[in-house]
Design a protein around this ligand. Sequence first.
Ligand SMILES: [Zn+2]
Ligand SMILES: [Zn+2]
Length: 328
Amino acid sequence: MKPQDKPCFCSSGNPYKVCCFPFHRGAAYPKTALQLMRSRFSAYALNIPDYIIQTTHPASPDYKEDISSWKKGIAAFARDTVFQKLEILEFSEHGTVAIVSFIAHLSQKKEDVTFTEKSFFENFKGKWYYRVGHLVEGKAPTIVTGKQLKLLPLAYYGDPILRKVGAPVKEISEDLCRLISDMIETMDACDGLGLAAPQVHHSIQLFVIRDPIEDEKGKVELGEARVFINPKILKKSEETWKMGEGCLSIPTIHADVDRPKKITVEYTDLDGKRVVEECSGWKAKVILHENDHLQGVLFIDHLTEKEKEQIEPFLKRLHKRIHDGTEM
Ligand SMILES: [Zn+2]
Ligand SMILES: [Zn+2]
């Protein structure tokens, strides 16, 4: 049997030549995120790194500027792995975002391994792209939430909304509550510590965070989701600390940012009450970062001239691949 007549590696049951082959050779592009997911799986199985790279969203945290080492990494994984079966658990598409949960049955070094992954896809300029995935070892259907998918499209570096001052929130309406729960889901899906409304195209004074819990060694874990409406930073300590920051709107770029160690923040909570809270360390940092978004300020604005110069070429390339689509 010719390889093209064999059943496709994506477990569709169809011969490869009428399944993922047209996608891999560029004769067609997957019409749904599910098709894209399947064709990426079979591209891994057949060791076609170019296809994986071409179908990765330019704002994906997995995007690598060094294409040749990226290719080598994919090829090495494909070489060391036998792809046995793909089991789709859940697929939902919602506007420009989609989610596919699946179980991948593989074998590595002659040992069977199973992974459950929840992958997020984003439609970008009319085509679906892989954006981010959450992987757990073993069969873990529990990572499928069963919830209606409410992943919101993000505004990326260069989008004018990120430079606007958000309008004050006038009332805690049903629509606002829905936006807040969608923002929390989006933040979690993207592994963010926080997310501000302008980052999801709403120019208002609102952000959400996952309360960062620091252990003695300074390791940070994500705690409960918190909501800040119409926040005001009342006090900032003179003492500062410098620590790495990233931003869901400026993917793949990180830099150390100097921030006040302690702050006092006043905000409206979900019950409409004005609350004053003192916080320090990571929590203060996350609140300051998100609060900046409401003022049209980004973390890169806090860098020194020299640091800005160093980061500039990366920002230019990010801007180019997101807004011009000329990265390939
Ligand atoms: Zn296929
Ligand atoms: Zn940010």
